[in-house]
Design a binder for this molecule. Structure first.
Ligand SMILES: C[S@@+](CC[C@H](N)C(=O)[O-])C[C@H]1O[C@@H](n2cnc3c(N)ncnc32)[C@H](O)[C@@H]1O
Length: 227
């Protein structure tokens, strides 16, 4: 069974949909703690779902965005072919008349697809752990580049800060390797937050339903500076 099919057992369930709806709302609400109000209704509002995983996530994300702005431009990417094919089928069957672009691409090459300062919102879940420290720094730099000055990012990530958390992390890495056949990397809460800071991103964070998984809402530090 492929990675896509195996992972669908987790992220293709109704419970995953409920979790995502909660996570999107919560992360958007959190932005107010940074004195930031996202303008979903603005003309040319453009958002990126980075590492879609499967069509269930795509469906929830699209529903969430078009409920706020029917004309929003939605870009969905993943490195996996099966993930992209499944999302294309969903769009064809359900969202044909919306402004949605789907692309199979490595997120580390996003600047080949997207212009600098072109994205209002970047969203993903459980994605940063696919990158080692160097590549994660590159990814954060790329996200910063494609994000508008007043753009924002919402993510949920494993960010452990305890001994038990670290044990859970190692078990997760092992399960990912043995069951899913992928290599994921551990980033502790302290390390992750330092990397956000070094990449000029301000953030607010909180817990999620899962023990070592935290939610983050991020904006550019220089948002208030003149262009
Ligand atoms: C945990 S799943 C994503 C779950 C999804 N973000 C959600 O909210 O339900 C991770 C996805 O990231 C994709 N991925 C991993 N490395 C990637 C990369 N370098 N570029 C783009 N996608 C990548 C995988 O193919 C996989 O589909």
């Amino acid at each position: 069974m492929s990675y896509y099919r195996k992972f669908k057992i987790v992220i293709g369930t109704p419970l995953w949909r409920v979790y995502l709806r909660w996570a999107y709302e919560k992360c958007i609400d959190d932005l107010s703690k940074l004195n930031f109000v996202p303008e979903f209704n603005r003309k040319n509002f453009t958002c990126l779902l980075c590492g879609v995983g499967n069509e269930t996530t795509a469906d929830e994300f699209i529903k969430f965005v078009i409920a706020k702005n029917k004309k929003a431009e939605i870009i969905i990417v993943d490195i996996g072919g099966e993930q992209i094919e499944a999302v294309k089928k969903l769009i064809h069957n359900k969202y044909l008349f919306f402004n949605i672009q789907i692309k199979q691409i490595n997120a580390l090459e996003l600047t080949k697809l997207l212009r600098h300062h072109s994205i209002d919102w970047i969203e993903t879940d459980g994605f940063l752990e696919y990158f080692d420290t160097n590549k994660l720094n590159t990814l954060l730099d790329i996200w910063r580049k494609i994000l508008k000055l007043d753009g924002f990012i919402t993510i949920r990530e494993t960010a452990s800060n305890s001994f038990t958390g670290r044990i859970v992390d190692h078990i997760r890495v092992w399960i990912a390797k043995v069951w899913l056949g992928v290599t994921i990397y551990i980033h502790t809460k302290i390390k992750l937050e330092k990397m956000f800071h070094n990449n000029q991103l301000k953030f607010v964070s909180g817990p999620t339903w899962l023990p070592t998984f935290r939610r983050y809402s991020l904006i550019k530090k220089e948002r208030n500076a003149k262009r």
